[in-house]
Design a protein around this ligand. Structure first.
Ligand SMILES: Nc1ncnc2c1ncn2[C@@H]1O[C@H](COP(=O)(O)OP(=O)(O)O)[C@@H](O)[C@H]1O
Ligand SMILES: [Mg+2]
Length: 423
């Protein structure tokens, strides 16, 4: 984020000191800019006001680390754990340990919890063709159509594209709130192309040792080239911005540069490598990444609409006794702004109740609409935080053009109504 954008954010916060979202964005911008101390001051205001979303605890921890306040960093780590945050916890833990080791002058002996956060066996699946297809993805008709045209078609009908002088290639960047099917869709895209799917989470690439992250990233592309035609998916690109918070400047910059070089190289090779990526934080994505031939196609993956929700509920209840008697449309109507992952949780909660009941009565109670509705009441739609934040970006940061799709989505009745309720 540029200096004047930070400056205007700062003025906006001064003018409206109670706007927690703006202050949060300012704190994050300062942190990204390597100004941990200043950033921390704003984070602490939010903490005291009880207005800090749990997902931000790790960033506060990173800011605290930057400002050399180890105790606060540890406290944030602990609070994040207790709040059930998973993503990024291990990475911050390593950072804190490193700092402790640095301080005590000990050799930088690190205890790495490799595999502890799902990285077991490395980031690569086996290299057979992917079996997930669009049929496994509920709803998302628009996004599927787009991806079909951008990725699947150029690979299945190359002659058509050649005839019209239309170059295949260039990466697709999916963005949107968490849990709405970005990873699932990328996987299914590989399945639609009949290609292997290589899933690389940026967090797994990043290593605190100098130069290792770059090598890991390069290695991911090497592996993909060795596999041959495949879909290489860089998941949770947000990790790059997170790295920038932690490594101050040049190190993280080098990682972005390596990524840019690799993307540019794809244009000139013909091994049939398709690159896709996803992020929850499009506002953190480096402009340079969006230039032609890189991620020049940026696709918003919104929370599922009503029809999509019914579809997703059916996908996740497919194996549950009694599913045919369920009025999925009725449940869909009552779950505005629930993500696909939330809907899966709804089905799981309802099923847990059925299992309880089965244990108590010895029968096989069927899934019913009331059970699902009750479960929905216990699951909070997790896209709200993201949408609030996106709203602030679209409105404040004057990035409406870049987020046209998001802006249009935010104007829909479903969203306006729900956000106005301000839960
Ligand atoms: N459109 C969808 N259809 C079916 N399941 C979905 C859908 N969207 C999300 N889910 C469920 O939620 C889980 C998390 O989705 P994921 O693709 O990881 O979200 P994201 O990558 O956007 O954070 C999926 O594994 C799947 O079980
Ligand atoms: Mg994902």
């Amino acid at each position: 984020m540029s200096e004047d954008r930070i400056e205007s954010l700062r003025r906006a916060v001064e003018a409206g000191p109670d706007d927690a979202m703006l202050r949060l964005i300012l704190a994050e911008a300062l942190l990204a800019d390597g100004r941990g101390g200043e950033s921390l001051a704003h984070f602490e205001v939010l903490l005291q006001a009880g207005a800090l979303p749990p997902e931000s605890l790790l960033q506060v921890g990173a800011a605290a680390l930057e400002a050399d306040r180890l105790d606060l960093a540890r406290a944030c780590l602990e609070a994040a754990r207790q709040a059930g945050v998973v993503e990024g916890v291990a990475a911050l833990q390593r950072q804190v340990e490193d700092r402790v080791a640095e301080r005590s002058g000990a050799d930088r002996l690190r205890v790495r919890a490799d595999g502890a956060d799902g990285a077991a066996g490395g980031p690569y699946d086996d290299a057979g063709p992917e079996s997930t297809t669009f049929a496994d993805v509920g709803g998302m008709a628009e996004v599927k159509k787009l991806v079909h045209r951008m990725v699947v078609l150029p690979r299945s009908r190359p002659e058509l594209f050649e005839r019209y002088g239309r170059r295949a290639g260039g990466g697709v960047l999916l963005y949107g709130p968490p849990g709405c099917g970005k990873t699932l869709l990328a996987r299914a895209t590989a399945g639609e192309c009949g290609l292997p799917f290589l899933n690389v989470r940026i967090e797994d690439v990043i290593d605190p040792y100098q130069g290792v992250s770059e090598r890991n990233l390069h290695q991911a592309f090497e592996t993909a080239r060795a596999v041959g035609p495949c879909v290489l998916f860089l998941d949770e690109l947000d990790g790059l911005a997170y790295a920038r918070h932690k490594h101050r400047g040049s190190e993280a910059r080098r990682l972005v540069d390596v990524l840019l070089q690799e993307l540019d190289a794809i244009g000139s090779d013909n091994t049939g490598l398709t690159v896709m990526a996803a992020t929850n934080a499009p506002w953190d994505v480096d402009e340079a990444m969006l230039r032609p031939g890189r991620f020049d196609r940026v696709v918003f993956v919104p929370p599922p609409d009503e029809a999509a929700r019914a579809d997703i509920l059916r996908v996740h209840a497919a194996a549950v006794p009694g599913r045919d008697g369920v009025d999925a449309a009725a449940v869909a109507a009552r779950t505005a702004l629930y993500s696909g992952a939330d809907l899966r949780a709804v089905v799981e909660h309802a099923v847990d109740e059925l299992i309880e009941e089965a244990l108590a009565t010895g029968g096989e109670p069927p899934l019913g609409t009331p059970g699902l509705l009750a479960a929905a009441g216990r699951v909070r739609p997790s896209t709200l935080d993201w949408l609030q934040r996106a709203k602030a970006y679209v409105e404040f940061a004057n990035q409406g053009e870049r987020y046209e799709d998001v802006a249009a989505y935010l104007r829909t009745r479903e969203v306006r109504r729900r956000l106005a309720r301000g839960e």
